[in-house]
Design a binder for this molecule. Structure first.
Ligand code: G6P
Length: 623
């Protein structure tokens, strides 16, 4: 998703800005750009190609200076095209320059998020004589700031912000103030990086790794004025209607550069699938026993005060939450509902203050999940916990309690190791709640802990199935549709398998609880329809076998991941890969791995851009 980097320095900051963009590349984008204050004016390079190409273009055009901003764009308003790429320039009727001319604009601006009242602002600015060069919602902000500018950029930005409706992070500089960048956030993440005699902004501390480790996490509504060797943070005081100074803590953050080596792997996704044993082991590293305090100080008191769980998440994280519902209800005996964050935030639901609100997020920055969390809190549900992979993220800062998964930076857009480590965190949460509620004896705790600790070895054994999965993927690569079936605890795993396949191979894939097959999807089953089935040896196995017969009777091709002792054997129309061991309650963590591999190898066989699938972003910081 969109990324911002900005700097005010005495040195040429173009390489730093471009390197910062490279570190944000994994989030997904479709165009990029950089603008600097050079030779008394604004200069920029923009591209619909990769960031590496942007660097080449900037070098060729001799773009180099100490003040600048850069951006990766993920299109929301307006096609992915150079004229829509940020930075946007504004040179209006009052700015002393004709509009639209390169190198002579007055305001340069980058923006993440969505401005909801852009139509209204556009009409107003057009009436004032502003000419629009793009279809973006962003360009209205540049023109608005230009219109309000009268010699002080901070003042112009502070006047403009209250007129914007929506979510945003912006960074802006002005032709008339060479050593100044002003940035602000409201709903999209932004950090300030404090250097020696120089200052930076970025949408993630990771973008500034190696440049500065002195980071301020800006809060909603903060405006930061960056100059050489000084910065000033302010925010609107709603009682006085004026902006006043605020102090924010500077933290030392050892951000991962994200530029992890691929090693022997073809793609980050493959690497991350194979990192799962280590990621799970790291996530369990500090766990010596089950206790609420694994989730933070005061967790025991909170767990005692709740008698319901509400899980809020998006995408893959929603499916880990859906899996956890089965655990929480059957092991901890606590009623649990799981909601897609983008739906929940606008739904007129019935709040219950005795609810533990659990958000799940790899990035900790997903706009819908953060908004859903705030919505739940605004409805009086004060007990909040997050399962998150980024300790410094907005989600962790917003929640009362947290469990940090230790998957390490996940670069591939399709989430893999974040998912399995989330499941580990959620299983620990289940056990801790079960303990608090009197449903976990010492023997059960010891048994579950033993199984958790054996997971890295068990996942390793599943990864060894890769050659068999590759053989199947060659068949799948020729298909345009696929159906995934699972039951109970493994229904969300079927959903996740279908999501992986569609995200990266662009094959239309749907998942159904196998018992629901006869109520519709069976109509789709022909010899052309591969039906992937997740078949653990659990209480629903015999039911599942009947559902498989329904598929076979219609000539469907079954591809089954079966536990060893299920007595499901390969025959015509029935292909079986045998899982190394049956894993009881933790079985979903094992069964998802071959589905990840199947999606990955199918996508490779179809030649797609596995790590950066079309139209998708890693960290979705817009609604
Ligand atoms: C995007 C990513 C998915 C991810 C989802 C939720 O759609 O491409 O991989 O599952 O966002 O992200 P989160 O960071 O909140 O887990």
């Amino acid at each position: 998703m969109c990324g911002i980097v900005g700097a005010v320095s005495q040195r040429n900051i173009v390489p730093i800005l471009v390197e910062g963009l490279k570190r944000l590349e994994y989030r997904g984008y479709d165009s990029c750009g950089v603008a600097v204050h050079q030779d008394g004016g604004l200069r920029r390079a923009r591209s619909t190609s990769r960031v590496a190409e942007l660097q080449a273009q900037a070098d060729q055009d001799g773009i180099a200076a100490g003040t600048g901003i850069a951006h990766t764009r993920w299109a929301t308003h307006g096609a992915p095209a150079v004229h829509n790429a940020h930075p946007h320039f504004s040179a209006g009727p009052n700015s002393g320059n004709p509009a639209g001319a390169e190198a002579v604009g007055r305001i340069a601006l980058v923006h993440n998020g969505i401005i909801e009242n852009h139509d209204e602002l556009r009409a107003e600015l057009k009436a004032r004589g502003y000419v629009f060069a793009s279809q973006t919602d962003t360009e209205v902000i540049a023109h608005l700031i230009d219109h309000l500018y009268s010699g002080d950029l901070l003042d112009a930005v502070q006047q403009a912000l209250p007129r914007l409706k929506g979510a945003y992070a912006v960074a802006v500089f002005c032709r008339d103030e060479p050593h100044r960048v002003v940035a602000a956030r409201e709903g999209s993440p932004l950090v300030l990086g404090v250097g020696e005699g120089e200052n930076f902004v970025a949408s993630d501390a990771m973008a500034l790794a190696g440049v500065t480790d002195q980071i301020v996490y800006l809060e909603e509504g903060d405006v930061v004025d960056l100059q050489l060797g000084r910065y000033w943070i302010s925010r609107l005081d709603t009682t006085t209607g004026r902006f006043g100074a605020v102090q924010r803590e500077v933290k030392t953050v050892h951000a991962h550069s994200g530029a992890a080596e691929l090693g022997p792997y073809r793609h980050y996704m493959q690497k991350e699938i194979f990192e799962q044993p280590v990621a799970i082991a790291n996530t369990l590293d500090a766990v010596t026993g089950i206790s609420p305090e694994l989730f933070g100080d005061g967790a025991y008191r909170v767990f005692k005060e709740v008698d319901k769980v509400l899980i809020l998440a998006c995408g893959t994280s929603y499916y880990s939450g859906s899996t956890a519902k089965y655990w929480l209800e059957s092991i901890a005996r606590i009623p649990t509902s799981v909601e897609i964050a983008s739906e929940y935030r606008y739904r007129d639901s019935v709040p219950d203050p005795r609810t533990l609100v659990v958000t799940i997020s790899q990035s900790g920055e997903t706009a819908d999940t953060i908004a859903a969390l705030k919505h739940a809190r605004a409805q009086g549900m004060k007990h909040t916990l997050t399962i998150c992979n980024v300790a410094t993220s907005a989600m962790v800062r917003e929640c009362e309690l947290a469990y940090i998964t230790r998957a390490g930076a996940e670069i591939g857009v399709a989430s893999t190791k974040a998912f399995t480590t989330q499941l580990v965190g959620l299983f620990l949460l289940t056990l801790a709640l079960a303990q608090t509620r009197g449903h976990l004896g010492e023997a059960d705790e010891a048994r579950h802990l033993k199984n958790l600790r054996h997971l890295p070895v068990a996942v390793q054994a599943v990864l060894a199935l890769e050659p068999q999965v590759i053989a199947w993927s060659e068949e799948f690569a020729r298909k345009e549709n696929a159906l995934f079936l699972g039951r109970g605890l493994h229904y969300p795993i079927a959903l996740e398998g279908a999501l992986k396949l569609k995200e990266i191979s662009y094959i239309h894939a749907e998942a159904y609880p196998a018992g629901e097959l006869k109520h519709g999807p069976l109509a789709l089953v022909t010899a052309e329809m591969p039906v992937v089935t997740v078949a653990p040896n659990d209480a629903l196995l015999e039911k599942l076998k009947s559902n498989m017969q329904e598929v076979r009777a219609r000539g469907g091709q079954l591809y089954v991941f079966a536990d060893g002792d299920t007595a499901i054997e390969s025959e015509v129309g029935l292909h079986v890969i045998r899982m190394p061991e049956h894993y009881g309650a933790l079985s979903p963590i094992l069964h998802v791995v071959p589905l990840q591999l199947l999606a990955y190898h199918t996508a490779c066989a179809r030649g797609t851009d596995v790590d950066k699938p079309r139209n998708l972003a890693k960290s979705v910081t817009v609604e």
